[in-house]
Design a protein around this ligand. Structure first.
Ligand code: ADP
Ligand code: TYD
Length: 205
């Protein structure tokens, strides 16, 4: 068994957490060692940064500063959780990774995008496979807004912003077809999970 790094991307409410849970359940049943984690988060330090970034009424950062905070959280997470787990031959399931920064921050500022890409070179790790759960933002937004969490800073931008996010995610997927697998999110959770499991099984010896 070799370590594997799997990330999940998509607009808010697209079903990433649901799919991570279903894949985790399957892999545990198959007796595969997994680590389930998320960004921003996964370590004590990254969770502190997450609180700063995602709490309500927190709009005073420039998009470049925001990018630096997301990247700082990522460095801590990669060094303390992701790299050690892969070295230990585990399967890492990560809710969002670098593509989210390229899309959410990069979309708003070319400088922020460049900044994140420069820092990402130093992190030197890319997912083996990324599942982009693609779906109509109207459906995803309704799902996300129904959840009523306090972390709604990034969800409050509305439907136009979500449409832009979707387009930008699909653009990255088109450019990196080998790594990013686009999955239609507007199906039953079980159908989506079956497609994800099939792809993952192709990567596990
Ligand atoms: P994300 O992690 O991408 O924000 P979640 O997995 O939390 O998305 O899903 C958002 C909401 O939509 C949750 O209430 C979840 O139960 C529901 N949901 C997830 N996947 C599906 C699906 N395939 N069909 C219908 N509802 C779904
Ligand atoms: P997440 O907890 O995955 O939210 P959701 O379950 O609604 O998809 O992510 C929190 C928010 O942080 C989400 O709106 C996307 C945003 N985000 C960025 O803007 N940049 C990033 O680099 C990451 C990882 C997340």
């Amino acid at each position: 068994m070799k370590g594997l790094f799997i990330s999940f991307e998509g607009i808010d409410g697209s079903g990433k957490s649901t799919q991570i849970d279903l894949l985790a359940k399957y892999l545990i049943k198959e007796k595969k060692p997994i680590v389930k984690t998320e960004e921003p988060g996964g370590t004590k330090g990254s969770n502190e940064i997450r609180k700063i970034l995602l709490r309500e009424n927190n709009f005073h950062w420039s998009v470049e500063t925001e990018t630096l905070l997301f990247m700082a959280a990522r460095v801590d997470h990669v060094e303390k959780v992701i790299k050690p787990a892969i070295k230990d031959n585990k399967i890492v399931l990560c809710d969002r990774f670098m593509d989210s920064t390229i899309v959410y921050q990069g979309m708003r500022s070319a400088k922020a995008k460049k900044l994140s890409l420069n820092l990402f070179e130093l992190i030197a790790i890319n997912p083996d496979i990324t599942f982009l759960i693609d779906m109509d933002p109207k459906i995803a937004l309704n799902r996300a807004l129904n959840r009523a969490t306090e972390e709604d800073r990034f969800e409050n931008y509305g439907i136009n912003f979500q449409n832009e996010l979707r387009k930008n995610f699909l653009d990255i997927a088109n450019k990196q077809r080998e790594r990013i697998k686009v999955i239609d999110g507007d199906q039953s959770p079980e159908n989506i999970a079956a497609q994800i499991i099939e792809s993952v099984n192709n990567l596990i010896p």
